[in-house]
Design a protein around this ligand. Structure first.
Ligand SMILES: Nc1ncnc2c1ncn2[C@@H]1O[C@H](COP(=O)(O)OP(=O)(O)OP(=O)(O)O)[C@@H](O)[C@H]1O
Ligand SMILES: [Mg+2]
Length: 332
């Protein structure tokens, strides 16, 4: 019947049939393609969804997520998926259990972070089983909290949509075609584009430090290049600048990672010293999101006045001897 109908069509009508079949084939193919974009999502609502990962099952059951489109990346700390909620495509980050992940590294980041009560603090410090659970909970929440704080401060991070059963649901950061945005380290840039991204990223780092936060793991792998510019991601290790002894070292490492990535395209960036400059202002309580920075930092290069210091010590010693002699006591 169908064949009869098909062969009964003239050439133009047959071409139309082929076009319709091809369009439906592309739609199904796109859903599984790594280059799957937002416009494609709307068309693919009726194609077979992928098998639901365990971590996302409760979100599907609760109707928070309607469909898991595909896996975006399996990282060290989490699995990241593209999901659909209603007509919106979103990004779901399913944290791995801590398991054998390094607790020591974590401890350095968590220094200075406020935890609920002293029982929790003691447990975390001791790394008892309860402590591990607390630390894990704290680690996962830290990223969610940071995203809310940063969005509120007007910084460019993925917009969070909530934290459910160990899953962070957030904006899917996309490029100009609606596809998942590439990482900064994956793109070739003109010198001008590199300078502009550097300027924007320094502003982001300053903006974070102005509210007392340091990313702590910033690099070309944790910056996505969205259609509207660079977006910072991956914030579970966010550092409290005021309460952490290693804060400046982390700020400097973050800033210099960005510098060396973008300095490949605009070498003059390699000469800049933004971390030291913004840290000095921060320590003086004068850093603001809009603070003008030059990238030039004059370290106190004057040689220490060693002679003067020795002279002062000698003077003090002589004075002590004079007094001791006057009292007829042995001088030390
Ligand atoms: N909101 C998002 N929008 C688009 N892509 C994202 C988003 N969040 C994460 N990704 C993608 O998933 C990857 C892993 O995410 P993230 O860095 O947050 O997790 P991770 O487990 O710490 O990974 P890694 O160990 O590689 O750093 C990112 O490099 C990025 O390609
Ligand atoms: Mg990452």
């Amino acid at each position: 019947m169908l064949e009869e109908g098909y062969f009964g069509l003239d050439l133009l009508e047959r071409l139309c049939v082929h076009a319709i079949f091809y369009a439906s084939y592309r739609t199904a193919h796109n859903a599984r393609s790594p280059h799957f974009g937002q416009h494609a999502a709307r068309k693919t609502a009726h194609t077979d969804p992928m098998k639901i990962p365990k971590g996302l099952e409760p979100l599907i059951e609760d109707g928070i997520v309607d469909e898991v489109i595909r896996s975006l990346k399996s990282g060290k700390e989490a699995n990241v998926y593209i999901v659909r909620s209603g007509v919106q495509l979103r990004c779901a980050k399913v944290y791995r259990d801590l398991g054998q992940r390094s607790f020591q590294r974590r401890a350095q980041y968590q220094e200075g972070r406020k935890v609920r009560g002293s029982r929790e603090t003691r447990a975390m410090a001791k790394s008892t089983r309860f402590g591990r659970k607390e630390q894990e909970h704290e680690w996962k929440n830290a990223e969610v909290d940071a995203l809310y704080r940063l969005v509120e401060a007007g910084l460019r991070v993925p917009k969070p949509f909530g934290y459910f059963n160990g899953v962070l649901l957030m904006e899917l950061v996309t490029d100009a075609h609606g596809d998942p945005a590439p990482r900064l380290g994956e793109v070739e840039l003109s010198a001008d584009a590199a300078r502009e991204h550097h300027r924007v990223l320094i502003r982001q780092i300053v903006g974070m430090l102005s509210i007392g936060l340091i990313h702590g793991d910033l690099s070309e792998f944790n910056v996505l290049l969205a259609s509207d510019g660079p977006v910072l991601i991956d914030l579970p290790q966010v550092v409290n600048a005021a309460g952490n002894n290693a804060a400046f070292a982390m700020l400097e490492r973050d800033t210099n990672n960005i510098r060396s990535c973008l300095g490949r395209f605009a070498p003059e960036l390699l000469e800049t010293e933004f971390a030291a400059e913004m840290w000095e202002l921060y320590e003086q309580g004068e850093l603001r999101p809009q603070s003008e920075l030059t990238g030039v930092f004059r370290r106190d290069a004057a040689p220490a006045d060693a002679v003067g210091v020795m002279q002062a010590i000698d003077d003090a010693r002589e004075e002590a001897i004079r007094r001791a002699l006057a009292r007829d006591e042995p001088a030390v």
